[in-house]
Design a protein around this ligand. Structure first.
Ligand code: PMP
Length: 406
């Protein structure tokens, strides 16, 4: 029988434990490089000015109320989210072969996509995840009953992409496998394929009839350029792939707590594409209904205002450049400092990696020494959140790294 006593304690979430240890550390030198959220130069959360503007407008809009959204979410939001991903002039939109639902941020979009594949893919396939990947991918796909497989991704030697390993694994995967791809700013490594490598990945995936499942959580946040950060997805769509996309607006709008995201399914071009797309939309709506009934309105209203207004959109692009620019400055600054100190090893990867995170190559032992001796907090795999660095702590951090590496 089921009783409360039959439930064993779950292991503590490692990131949660790290954050707790940071909070409880009384040192005034402490540095938080674990957090996966943007921080300004004073280590404070940043409300994007354009989000503040849209938020104020919503507060003063007498036409808004607190009714439910529809099952698929706010239509103005999902249509703008589509355009942002594939480009406003994409044939996929014109030919009505992309269907989109608003979700509980990127996590909810990954989950809805996983659930859909688990139910409708005739083979109940394994999903291929990069090694390493965002830890939650493992749990989300396991929860919906998909089995997991891995493809090599990060080369410990070069601290860049293990392209040969990745290609060999995709080549060896059974025909028609589902491959999860990070669209840009790979979490946790910060390592992305080049455009030429993406083309080779696409060619191979086409040959093997693999199904791409894109996860995009950092569009515009990575390079500061929304088009550039969606290049891989747009290329696959142009190549006529059938694919899906889990899209988060947590990072690029700073709407972490508002849970704003979308799930898109793009059908391959063809005479029946619009019909298939409508069928898929109807099935996704049933899944969504049973999971969340309908998505939350607030964040979608904010994003929708910005995405659908040319002036606000431009201001948003400025805000994206502010965030990505500050992070890039921290990358350059850290590399310069380590090189100036002659810290053993190569630090080129700090600037070739992109986005919120960097895989530093520091060992678990070095990470633990940084924590105990220097009050610097990062995950045990050596990942740092670049957003945790600022002009007040970067010298201290470089000194700390130098000391543990020597
Ligand atoms: N996918 C990846 C790769 C991520 O890094 C994140 C954010 N940590 C997400 C999805 C989803 O985040 P959220 O649910 O907050 O949008």
């Amino acid at each position: 029988v089921f009783t409360a006593a039959t439930v064993a304690a779950a292991p503590e979430d490692p990131l949660f434990g790290l954050m707790k240890a940071y909070r409880e550390d009384p040192s005034d030198k402490k540095v938080d490089l674990g957090i996966g959220a943007y921080r300004d130069n004073n280590a404070k959360p940043w409300i994007l000015p354009v989000v503040k503007k849209a938020d104020d407008a919503i507060h003063n809009d007498p036409s808004l109320n607190h009714e439910y959204l529809s099952i698929g979410g706010l239509a103005d939001f999902t249509s703008a989210a589509q355009k942002l991903i594939v480009g406003a002039d994409s044939p996929a939109i014109r030919e009505k072969r992309i269907c989109s639902l608003q979700t509980i941020s990127g996590t909810g979009a990954v989950h809805l996509g996983g659930l859909f594949l688990a139910k409708f893919h005739p083979q109940k396939p394994a999903i291929y995840l990069s090694n390493p990947t965002w830890a939650n991918h493992n749990q989300i796909f396991t929860n919906v009953g998909l089995s997991l497989a891995k493809y090599p991704y990060f080369s410990v030697k070069t601290k860049g992409l293990d392209f040969e390993g990745m290609i060999a694994a995709l080549q060896a995967a059974p025909n028609g496998s589902v491959i999860l791809l990070h669209a840009c700013a790979h979490n946790p490594t910060g390592v992305d394929p080049t455009q030429d490598q993406w083309k080779q990945i696409a060619t191979l995936m086409r040959e093997r009839s693999h199904f791409p499942f894109f996860d995009t959580a950092y569009q515009g946040f990575a390079s500061g350029d929304l088009v550039r950060d969606s290049w891989a997805i747009r290329y696959f769509v142009e190549q006529g792939f059938e694919l899906c996309v889990a899209q988060s607006f947590a990072k690029n709008f700073g709407l972490y707590g508002e849970r704003t995201g979308a799930f898109h399914f793009v059908s391959a071009p063809g005479p029946d594409a619009a019909t298939s797309s409508a069928h898929i939309a109807s099935q996704l709506a049933i899944l969504q209904r049973s999971e969340i009934s309908n998505p939350p309105a607030y964040g979608a209203r904010i994003a929708s205002r910005v995405l659908n207004d040319a002036t606000l959109f431009k201001e948003w692009e400025d805000d994206l450049r502010t965030m990505s620019g500050r992070i890039q400055e921290m990358r350059t600054g850290l590399r310069q400092r380590l090189e100036a100190k002659g810290t053993p090893g190569s630090w080129e990867h700090i600037t070739s990696q992109i986005g919120m995170f960097s895989f530093t190559g520091l060992s678990e032992e070095q990470v633990l020494t940084l924590r105990s001796k220097w009050h610097v907090y990062m995950t045990k795999n050596g990942r740092i959140s670049m957003a945790g660095l600022n002009t007040n702590n970067i010298d201290y951090f470089a000194e700390a790294v130098d000391s543990v590496v020597r």
